[in-house]
Each structure stands twice: as structure tokens, then as C-alpha cells.
Ligand binder design. Sequence first.
Ligand SMILES: Cc1cc2nc3c(=O)[nH]c(=O)nc-3n(C[C@H](O)[C@H](O)[C@H](O)COP(=O)(O)OP(=O)(O)OC[C@H]3O[C@@H](n4cnc5c(N)ncnc54)[C@H](O)[C@@H]3O)c2cc1C
Length: 232
Amino acid sequence: MSTTAEQGSELRTERTTAKRHPERSTHEFVTITRILDEGIYCHIGFSIDTQPFVVPTAYGREGRALYIHGSAASRALRSLSEGLPLCLTVTLFDGLVLARSAFRQSINYRSVMILGVAHVVADDDKARALRVITEHVVPGRWADVRPPSSQELEATTVLKLDIKEASAKIRSGPPNDDEEDHTLPCWTGELPFTLEVQSPVRDARLAAGVRPPAYLTQYRRPSRDGAASDEV
Ligand SMILES: Cc1cc2nc3c(=O)[nH]c(=O)nc-3n(C[C@H](O)[C@H](O)[C@H](O)COP(=O)(O)OP(=O)(O)OC[C@H]3O[C@@H](n4cnc5c(N)ncnc54)[C@H](O)[C@@H]3O)c2cc1C
């Protein structure tokens, strides 16, 4: 039986091997999926006529694939549909790292970078892929909402990106101060951050008597300590 490290080894290529702080990098699939499952949105980077664009967008993961969607008229989705190479990143911000020197100030984070070419999801699979995205963002939501109409499906492009070439990078813990700075009197340590969910705010035209569902009142992202999501 292969180990989780071995399961991720095929995600490592020359391009996804970290040169800077390689000790913070991993290609373990389970680590990558934990970050992807906790994240809500990603940034997709691509280049058109030598001009780079980085576009934030929602996504959903299913096994070894990510789905992204948008208007069929979107420049980004049209270009990516034609096979433009892309770089997709997901970043979880865990806190500030206050060092004794400005040079050593840092950020604690967990991030994933995926390289590849996305493929257009066929019409007969679009609704299912949109369900993956909807459920990734708000688990339980798909069963409550009106499904997309044929016109809405037609106006939407859905792309699938296989997780074939990917890396995660993680920084955690205290600052790495220079030894000679340890006697400096400035406060030093970490300022941890978490994503805080507020109470649901009802829409002004919400039908009478409709209560917020438990999946909203108890909304939380899968945590870093949660069950490993290594399904493929
Ligand atoms: C919130 C946040 C803040 C950061 N702030 C800084 C900063 O201020 N200064 C700084 O130098 N760096 C910062 N980093 C780290 C930064 O993302 C890069 O890892 C680093 O700058 C090295 O870049 P490089 O192009 O030399 O990477 P290389 O080591 O050349 O990258 C090679 C490969 O390693 C992998 N890789 C590199 N970085 C990441 C990553 N972040 N996540 C997943 N895979 C990765 C990719 O597969 C990439 O193709 C920050 C990261 C995050 C998430």
C-alpha cells in the first residue's frame, strides 16, 4: 500500500519543486486537499498577449479535480477554454509573524499552487459540476435552491482542472530572528487570525416563516485538524 507521501510524488515536477524554503513545501495529496477543502476561493493566473491577469473566483473540488465557473462571455473563461496554461492558487491566511527586525517580519499561511490546462465541462455534466462548486462553498445548499435552468446552463462555462502538477507550502510558528537581535526590547511573536463567520442576515424579501438552515447557523469550513480528505 502506498503512503500519502508517495501518493503525492507524481504532483512534484521540476516546475512545482520549491527552490525558496523547500522545507516548507510538500506534494502530499492529503495536505493539498486539506488546504483546498478549507479554502473558498482561488486566484487563477494566466497570460494573454504577454499581459498576466490574476482573477479571483470560487471553486469546488471533487477527488483529483477542481471546477471553476463563470459567464460564457468572460474573457478569462473563454481564453482558458482554448487551452491557455494556467496557475491556480489557494491561500489560507493564518496570522502575522512579528519579528524583532523588519526584514524577518513574516506571515503564517498554508497555500496551494496548481499548474495545468483546464478543460471545458460537457453540457450534460455541467449541472453536476456546478453542484460541486455550490456544495464546496456552502455544503447543503444545492438541495435548497432552484437548480439552474437550461438558459442559465447555456450562459455558464464550467472548467475542470485536474490536480496533476501541484504543490503546497506552509509557514507556521514563531519568527526566525537573527541570533544577535534576540536582546532587542520590541514585542515579538505571532498574531493568529481565523476566518470568523457572523450570524446570517435575512434578505428583506425573505418569505415569512423561513428559518435559516442549520448549515448556515452552524457554518464552518473544514478545519486543518479535521479528518483528512484524501479521497481521489
Ligand atoms: C500569504 C503569503 C505571504 C507571503 N509573503 C511572502 C513575502 O513577503 N516574501 C516572499 O519572498 N515570499 C512570500 N511568500 C512565499 C511566496 O509565495 C513564495 O513561495 C516565495 O516568494 C518563493 O517564490 P519563488 O517564485 O522564488 O518560488 P520557487 O521556490 O521558485 O517556486 C517553485 C515552485 O514551488 C511551488 N511554490 C512556491 N511558492 C508556493 C506557495 N506559496 N504555495 C504553493 N506552492 C508554492 C510552486 O509549485 C512553484 O512553481 C508568501 C506566501 C503567502 C501564501
